[in-house]
Design a protein around this ligand. Sequence first.
Ligand code: PLP
Ligand SMILES: N[C@@H](CCSC[C@H](N)C(=O)O)C(=O)O
Length: 459
Amino acid sequence: MSAPGKEGSQGSANSIGKALHSLDLDGHQLPPSPAPSSPRNGRKYALATELVFTETGDQHGASSVPIYQSATFKSTTANATSEYDYSRSGNPTRTHLERHVAKIMNASRALVTTSGMAAMDLICRLLRPGDEVITGDDLYGGTNRLLKHLSTNAGIVVHHVNTTDVDTVKRVISNKTAMCLLETPTNPLIKIVDIREISRSVKAAAPNALIVVDNTMLSPYLQNPLDLGADIVYESGTKYLSGHHDVMAGVVGVNDKVLGEKLYSMVNSTGCGLSPMDSFLLIRGIKTLAVRMEKQQANAAHIASFLESHGFRVRYPGLRSHPQYDLHCSMARGAGAVLSFETGDVALSQRIVESTRLWGISVSFGCVNSLISMPCQMSHASIDAKVRKERGLKEDVIRLCVGIEDVEDLTEDLSRALVQAGAVTITTDGFHAIGGGQTVGNGELNEQPETSGSSGTED
Ligand SMILES: Cc1ncc(COP(=O)(O)O)c(C=O)c1O
Ligand SMILES: N[C@@H](CCSC[C@H](N)C(=O)O)C(=O)O
């Protein structure tokens, strides 16, 4: 996996060919933004630079984007022609964030909303009764809940299928397919979905269908779904983009002008645009995305290897044992910082979770602090237990969301919790997982849920 934005860095200027390639001869088609994407020589900045570089254009030269804490804006004329009139329709702090986010998502337009779910709701408002949605069988619980609501109340048919298998997806495409909603890696089973191949297949059979990707698990620092064939990318800004669990936000990015207008119209109609204060917090969070993600990812890789080497069944796309390691590397620039593992026993998993000290028992991820959770009892509790079982989401799964702490401290805290919970047998050589961790090989990581291949349940 290469470092993000490497193409435009000084290392690539060794040959004339490479240098020419890195010149944005077209004068970059990126949106007008307070944060120019190219230095004066036309070479593109690397993503780590883009994240932190913003020009406020402020009349007083404020280094930080001002918070326009105003609901209304005065006009000098009676025919409302100014850019801003009312903050539901638009606000300068939000606009600055939207232009900045568009740039880092490789989108021509971005919209920012009050939460990740508000972003998904916005996107789903493009659907009409009778439309069909194809989506995964391992999805964030809230995503599942909103889709369930749409299928129960809005006449939308939702097919939950194993999206790691393109042929399975192909089998449910019809002329009613209006949307294909993908997560990769999936939350919490860390399955990888081939965005390129699914986009191609769906577009070939249903040209008007929209490919929508929830990029929350990686952030734009590690993956850009719009470059892989998606029409819409969205994510929970509550996670990596903000990074400190002090703000709720959602972001949506598109490259199609008409689609952008339709989505904006819904932001204005429903009032789900992000507030000025929260926009400011998200701008601030985004500045440190690269350093946070690099550190969190390095820590996660260490923890994943640690658990695997002690006999646990670990799901993390940075491990060579992940069945879709190569596919993940072909789409993303890193494995992120969320992993899950199993113990084979729910009570044992509970004891592990409750024995940690540094790892906070909490939903969510992407925060600078490390978190531990049991998805079936927390983030995915809203999915019916029977449906979870059908989809292969085991009750004992533990999810780790790795933060920026010292990795030795994190490892020591986890080791102590494993020992205290009775999850390992201790020998003179060290310790090894007992129960499910010991008996299940990694070859089974990609095992299919009970409903795999069918059009699945609609819960
Ligand atoms: C993958 C994924 N998508 C979307 C969301 C929704 O984001 P938010 O909580 O900001 O509404 C979450 C978590 O909440 C998530 O884990
Ligand atoms: N009570 C909340 C739980 C939010 S889970 C947040 C996050 N996406 C995660 O995966 O941990 C709800 O019901 O939505």
